[in-house]
Each structure stands twice: as C-alpha cells, then as structure tokens.
Design a protein around this ligand. Sequence first.
Ligand SMILES: Nc1ncnc2c1ncn2[C@@H]1O[C@H](COP(=O)(O)OP(=O)(O)OP(=O)(O)O)[C@@H](O)[C@H]1O
Length: 360
Amino acid sequence: MTSGAGERPTTGSRTDGTAGTRHHSEHDDLRIAHDADPGPGPHDVPAGVPEKDVLIKARGLTKQFGDFVAVDGIDIDVRRGEAFGFLGPNGAGKSSTMRMIGCVSPLTAGTLTMFGMDPEADGPAIRARLGVVPQKDLLDEELTVRENLLVYGRYFGLSRSEVAVRADELLRFAQLTERAKSPVEPLSGGMKRRLTIARALINAPEILLLDEPTTGLDPQARHVLWDRLHRLKQQGVTLVLTTHYMDEAEQLCDRLVVMDGGRIVAEGSPRQLIERYSSREVVEVRYPGFDLERHRDRLPLGDQAARVEVLPDRLLIYTANGDATARLVDAGPDRPLSVLVRRSSLEDVFLHLTGRTLID
Ligand SMILES: Nc1ncnc2c1ncn2[C@@H]1O[C@H](COP(=O)(O)OP(=O)(O)OP(=O)(O)O)[C@@H](O)[C@H]1O
C-alpha cells in the first residue's frame, strides 16, 4: 500500500474543515460486490495479476489548470474485470482524472498507460476500447431512443447491419426496447441514464468509464442502474466510476480510492477501508440545542468509544458495540432526542480521514 493515510487523532470535534493527514501517493440480483479480496495498493500488484491484466496504470498522474493543481500526482492500477471507484466530494479531482483516463485531456505530469499503450501516441486505439458515460447525458433530443444508438455506432465504423443488431441487444439490456421509437425528451432521468450507458456500450468496450452515474436519480432508478452495472461486470466489462455517494461505492466497487483535494487519501475495498479507518458500529446521538461538545464531554462512555465526532447536528460515537454504547448514552445525564445504532460506512471513513463529511 502506498497511499493509505495515517491515523488522525481519535477524539474531538472538527469544525474548521481542515483536512486530516494526507499521503501523497505515487443479472438481476443486487449483490454487494465488496466482500471479495480487497487487494493491495498499486505498487504491490500481486504475483497472480499479470501485467497485461493491469488495464490502467498511472504513476504521479497530475492535472493542473494554470497554477491550480486539480489532480496531484496520483498512482492507480485498474485490473481487468474489476469495478474500481474514485470516491470523493465535489472538486476532489475525480472528473479531471477520468478525463485523462478517457484520453480527452492531456496529463500535466506523470505517466499513464492504458491497455499497455500511451494515450498521447495511441489515443484513437485506446478510445476504441473504452466506453464513456459522462456526468451529463448529452443525448440527441432530435432523435429517437434507437436512433441515438444507431448514430453513435456509426461513429465507431460499425456497418449498418452490425449496429442495428447491437442497438437492439443494448435496448434489451437497458430495458428500453418498448421505448425504442420514442423521442428522448420525455424519458425519465433513469431511462436517459440507461440509454447513455447503452450508447457507451455500442463499441463493446473493455472498460466502461462512468462519471457520477447516478447523480440526480431517485432511489429506485439508482437501484435499477446498479443492477445493470452488476450485469456488465458479470459479463467481464471493467468498470471505472466516480461517485460522491458512499452507498454507491459500497454497492459497486471492488476497490476504490478516496480522493480529497486532488490526492488519494486511502485505497482498498470498501470493507477493508471501513475496517482500517472506522469502528464496527456507530451510534448517532441528537440532542436539543447546539452545545453538542458539552453533551459529548458529559457522556459516561468509559472505554466503550474508540472516537467521538461532533457534527453540527449530531454526535457520532465510534464503537465496537453499538447497543452497549447506546445504553451508556441513555444512562447519561443529558436526555437525547434520538439514539441510532448503525454499522460503519465509507462516509465514516471519509470523515475520519479528512475531518469533513462527503456532502458538505
Ligand atoms: N477546465 C478547468 N479549468 C480550471 N479549473 C478546473 C477545470 N476543470 C476542473 N477544474 C477545477 O479542478 C478541481 C477538480 O475538479 P473536478 O471536476 O475534477 O472534481 P470532481 O471531484 O470531479 O468534482 P465534481 O463532482 O464537482 O465534478 C475543481 O476545483 C475544479 O474547479
């Protein structure tokens, strides 16, 4: 591991928004995919992974806009067949990274190898093996659903008959066959996203790049989309996605890097990250009023809590035993408005690493 962040102090509130320790780092069923072997960091590609199966390899990948460093020397290895995620808040540098990987934005510094090729020299050959789902759908509203696929397929030099067969397969995959002749405009957000994904698959890419695939979708549409993406993974497509939703990262990613301020602050499988940077359970406690630090100081937690975070609206108590800790909270001198025991999530990992929540 090269980019795991160090532990930061275990107690106390974080109200200043400062970052914690950072290390600059050289189907049909909805299944949680993260219980697989978490896998080591980029410098330790295990002996079992041949170099040819490292489809994306970046070292010191850097993107600057003028003096501003958007991506600050990151290292990544993406292996064939995995779902690899970039998790981080707005502005972390995820899209800038994706655009370099998508061979549409030159690197400022560092090296990037895709399928063993150099994007600068072999951009078209690399792009022919990629599918790209940008943050905005950019569908052609003048065309029907099916025509959107046909036109896109022609860009890749597929023959009319090839592209017609492929478009019909993809409409089935995207569950849009019944909407084939519909214009794009009246489709729901989820349908448009599925059509954008279908379109990105027209050239049967080996890697699908997805920039915030479910932002703006309702929960049901997100689940349908996750289901389709699981299907693709089962079919052997390598998925690379950005997200600022920790539940999405947990659902979809075998491995992920947590990004903040252009850097990688941690990497691993969701389970591995949670084990490393959080406790098993979290007790969320709300009190009336705003003086949460005072409530924290009066809690009779003893050695039950590994760490307590003070957020603007609640306390988060990190603990191995949520129920026992909740009983201590109830026995304390202050009466809480609510006490909720939940399992730790990637949100807690992010808070621990950076002192901020993903959504603020
Ligand atoms: N073309 C550009 N010119 C100047 N600054 C840019 C440009 N593109 C991105 N940035 C800046 O680089 C930083 C990283 O942006 P980027 O879009 O990569 O982040 P992100 O993690 O993908 O966030 P978001 O989810 O908002 O897209 C931001 O501060 C952004 O304002």
